[in-house]
Design a protein around this ligand. Sequence first.
Ligand code: ATP
Ligand code: MG
Length: 797
Amino acid sequence: GARPDEDLLEGLNPQQREAVTYRGQALLIVAGAGSGKTSVLTRRIASLLRGREAWPSQILAITFTNKAAGEMRERVEQLVGDSARGMWISTFHSACVRILRREAEQFGFTKSFTIYDSGDSRALIKRLVKQHEADAYGLTPAAVQGKISKLKNELADAESYARTANLSDPAERLFVEIFGDYQRELQKANAFDFDDLIGQTVFLFRAFPHVADVYRRRFRHILVDEYQDTNHAQYALIHELTRPVVGAASEPYASGGMMIFEADQAPELEGASLTVVGDSDQSIYAFRGADIRNISEFERDFPGAKVVLLEQNYRSTQNILSAANAVIGHNFDRKDKKLWTDVGEGEKIVGFTGYSQHDEAQFVADEVETLRRGGLDYSQMAIFYRTNSQSRALEEILIRAAVPYKIMGGTKFYERAEIKDALAYLIAVANPADEMAMRRIINRPRRGIGDVTIETIARYAADEQITFRDALANATSLGVGPKIQTAITHLDAVLVEAAEIMLPASGEVAPPTSVADGLNVLLNKSGYRDALRASKDAQDEARLENLDELVAVAREFARNNPEGTLLDFLTEVSLVADADDLDDASGSVSLMTLHTAKGLEYDAVFLTGVEEDLIPHRISAGEPGGPQEERRLFYVGITRARKRLYLSLAMTRAQFGEVSVAMPSRFLQEIPVDLMHWRQSPGDVNSRGGTQSRALNARRGFSGGSGGGRYGDDLVPLPRREKPAGDLSQFANRIPAKVRDNGDMVLGPGDRIRHDDFGEGRVDAVTGEGAKRVAHVRFDSAGAKKLLIKIAPIEKL
Ligand code: ATP
Ligand code: MG
């Protein structure tokens, strides 16, 4: 008869079918972008459930973002219905939080631990760096934080690192001390940082095999998407979870973090089946410790593993795919795989060079509107950039053009000071041991409590061996003035009152709690809202609205999670990772960094800022493998597009408070010329008529294509290089050495000038300063223009 999952296999190609139906211990699916890796994972889960080969609770699927997890769950539910409940489909971080909430008490934490995001960690590290006066040794908080994170991703701690470090170097010694202190402070605060969530779970499993066994028995099928971006700690976690469970009679013993099994011990339960999917060409997190070797060594780690290759791309048109193939082909040290599609050539890739980033943004906004009028929904369009700061220029123009947009990866809301304050209040209630939260709220709103008082409280707590929070309850013993004493007592009382509303009275069973109500009590009785209301600052109005929004988020959370506790709420909020957004982006254009774009797809994609120093980013130049990783990032960006791809850049870009001349990215040259169509400037103040842009293009190494006269139809970005690879200096040789710099030109109202394209004109006014000086010029025939003096092709008459 028909397989129970026959309909699940419908439309799949033979390799995809094989990947869905293979039943063995280990399966590796390697394939390029858009070949159906994620779809296959989803169907594989559905097929296991449909055939009753697994209970939902036996499935653990790991995705890269919470958003991806939500989508996968939804799709599985569509395929198998409600029986999908109880599956764990989540990110590594969320899965580990769930495990740690259950098991934290095994190793000195409580289940109400706090999760420190990167800003929280930074604040703590900053304090420690200051305490140790480590700045003098070049140990900036950022450097220390980066190094600690890297070590944690390799499962190293302060002690293990100290054994390998060169301790005769005072900077190394200091670092080890700070690392150790940092860890002790986290423990004292009953907190984990982001990296700990994974690392400590691995530690837990290794140190307490009986705990690990619980999860090994539970999860019989483990599936991991985007495996190329797993770091060592995540890899170790997977390894721990897929070990066989050994009979209870013959307990293995732990030695130096390794489990030792007696030779004749037969497993009582074989290891879980493991399916991983990935694409080494899309590995873009090496800077966070991701290790492509996790893919290339899979077959060694899991002997007998089945490998399935997928080669048909179902996402993009041939033109887009050809561009992607050509670009990624410039990376060496990779297995060549050619993606193909049968959907046809499609549109050419559109290139655009703006005069400034505003000009570029204007082009994007205009084009978005054109596509919209052509029937494409805003939600099917996305705008990518390399760095967050690039979004501002785009946002300004989109707002002006009334294009609805949404910034994905918008931790922005949760980074706002008032939101962090409100969350710190909630954390202070949930986890009274969290000293950092207490320090944050103790003088917000202003209560006249300064650093001196805070240190007094900290010292009292240390002397009495109680927590900072408990010290507040003893305000009378602190030896502080009566006013401050009253303020402290009041704050303590507010926290107690809120705790009564939000926390279970005792024991395990949580009574119905209301985070939203508790939050209102905290914000009102602490005087936080009053202080904002009393303020004359217009910004504070917006801050009050943001707080209301947070209350609304809490109510929404309660609706979706009737049993949800304060801790659940805080967990969810702290896991809104870089790549996520709370609500969906329906009806708006999505803006995001290239890193956030991974795994997603859109009908139309605008990849902006395709310039040297942005992509490849200038910090990558000095990193080993840096430019290659940037090329993979560019590849990820291109392959998100289904039907239309736009690559745009600006000739000048204001960054770090300076306007600088930008050069086209080397990656543009790697795209075959015939796949692209270069458009002319749509008519920004500086480039109306296009001729000026052509002049600038030409000066910067752009050359007209065939026909010459019809600029705009076939302008080619750069002369093709003979050699496929090369460094930037070689590239720079092809750009005319002298880029105009009129930085020193003195102009005043009434001065006459000549412009390369617009001819002669008269200066009306000069505004701005330094590199951003702008001349407002009335040209004799070309009309009024605004020109950036530094780079405009002008001379004074
Ligand atoms: P990425 O590497 O970007 O994560 P992926 O390999 O995970 O991509 P999917 O997102 O699973 O690819 O699939 C890309 C698109 O192709 C999706 O829209 C998916 O629905 C579609 N697709 C996958 N397989 C098929 C198929 N056999 N027939 C038709 N469409 C398919
Ligand atoms: Mg995918």
